[in-house]
Design a protein around this ligand. Structure first.
Ligand code: FMN
Length: 338
């Protein structure tokens, strides 16, 4: 059905400004989630055990599409094995001025500088309560991706992540610490060894406090623009503190594979031009961490071959965002069969 329907839908959606289409799509996915027959969708045969969880397949939705958890049930019904909602910030904030989301169709890519537009933790928790009480995700797992408010000084960032963890912990299957968005000033400096150690220690202490015997995975999402020494340091901290996994990668601040005019547009680039960088990051972090630490590979995946390359680089699961915008739900089914 989707192979015929989505190209038509996309044609109409792509006539509208990118952010308008985004809101329409979220409304549509939310409506799909409310339909009585959703949730019975086949998620493919290849369930995987990872981080103490059972993922019904190896393909997930990357963070940023459903920032406020409005449509997780509808997205689950499209066949995703896991859906990551957020990034949520402790307090509501509007994000950057519009326009802040741009399509680059010749490259199947996007540039965004959304800047963590978020309804904040209280709204997120209300929605998560609803999702858990309705119990319509079936076996799709729910990740919650945490960030910091723009006005929180970087030196105090750990407090925002701790607040986030405490609030969403009862509802999330796993929690992601987003330290790699290029659109919040200073955020990426949290990937440096001292800052990372301080932040992760605070978050893991908080997990100990709120977990009451049930330890849920905490994973760290990293950038594709890190150099070898950065990866060395991250791998060392992650191993020492026994972080449950890595998500690699977020969008890139570089501009490979797109017209020169995109150099002038601030923000992060996603989609196929990102793939070589995300593959190199996954490979690099896998080499350093060895086989035992789970890695979720994301960045530029828009075909089964891309997913195979990501698994070959060392990923255990994959996530998609931009490929899903360009190719629609058919991509989820293709990737679930890889
Ligand atoms: C419009 C947009 C918004 C995003 N927002 C977030 C976000 O809030 N948190 C986050 O961790 N990643 C965010 N991302 C990054 C994606 O989750 C993903 O890591 C990145 O886009 C690379 O994957 P892709 O090439 O499949 O899109 C966003 C990406 C896009 C395109």
């Amino acid at each position: 059905m989707w192979s015929k329907l989505y190209p038509l839908l996309r044609q109409s959606l792509f006539c509208l400004p990118a952010e308008t289409s985004h809101h329409l799509a979220i409304d549509a996915f939310a409506a799909l989630g409310a339909l009585p027959f959703n949730g019975g969708v086949s998620k493919g045969a290849r369930a995987v055990q990872l981080m103490g969880l059972t993922f019904p397949n190896r393909v997930g939705l990357a963070a940023g599409l459903d920032k406020d958890a409005r449509a997780a049930e509808g997205l689950a019904a499209l066949g995703f094995g896991h859906v990551e909602v957020g990034t949520v910030t402790p307090l509501p904030q509007p994000g950057n001025p519009q326009p802040r989301l741009f399509r680059i169709p010749p490259a199947g890519a996007m540039v965004n500088r959304m800047g963590f537009n978020s309804e904040g933790l209280s709204a997120m928790v209300r929605r998560l309560e609803g999702i858990r009480s309705r119990n319509r995700l079936r076996d799709t797992l729910l990740g919650v991706n945490l960030g910091k408010n723009k006005d929180t000084p970087v030196q105090e960032a750990h407090r925002d992540y701790v607040r986030g963890l405490e609030a969403v912990y009862p509802y999330a299957d796993y929690v992601t610490l987003n330290l790699s968005s290029p659109n919040t000033p200073g955020l990426r400096t949290l990937q440096s060894p001292e800052a990372l150690r301080e932040l992760l220690t605070a978050v893991l202490d908080a997990r100990e406090r709120v977990g009451r015997g049930r330890t849920k995975p905490v994973v760290v999402k990293i950038a594709p623009d890190l150099v070898a020494e950065d990866l060395d340091a991250i791998a060392a901290v992650v191993s020492t503190l026994r972080i449950d996994g890595i998500i690699a990668t977020n969008t890139t601040i570089t501009r490979p594979g797109v017209d020169e005019c995109w150099q002038q547009e601030a923000g992060g680039l996603s989609g196929p031009p990102l793939l070589p960088l995300s593959l190199a990051t996954v490979r690099g972090i896998r080499e350093r961490l060895g086989p035992s630490v789970p890695i979720i590979g994301v960045g530029g995946i828009s075909s089964s071959d891309d997913a195979r390359a990501m698994f070959a680089a060392g990923a255990d699961l994959v996530q998609v965002y931009t490929g899903f915008i360009y190719r629609g739900p058919i991509l989820v089914h293709e990737l679930a069969r890889v």
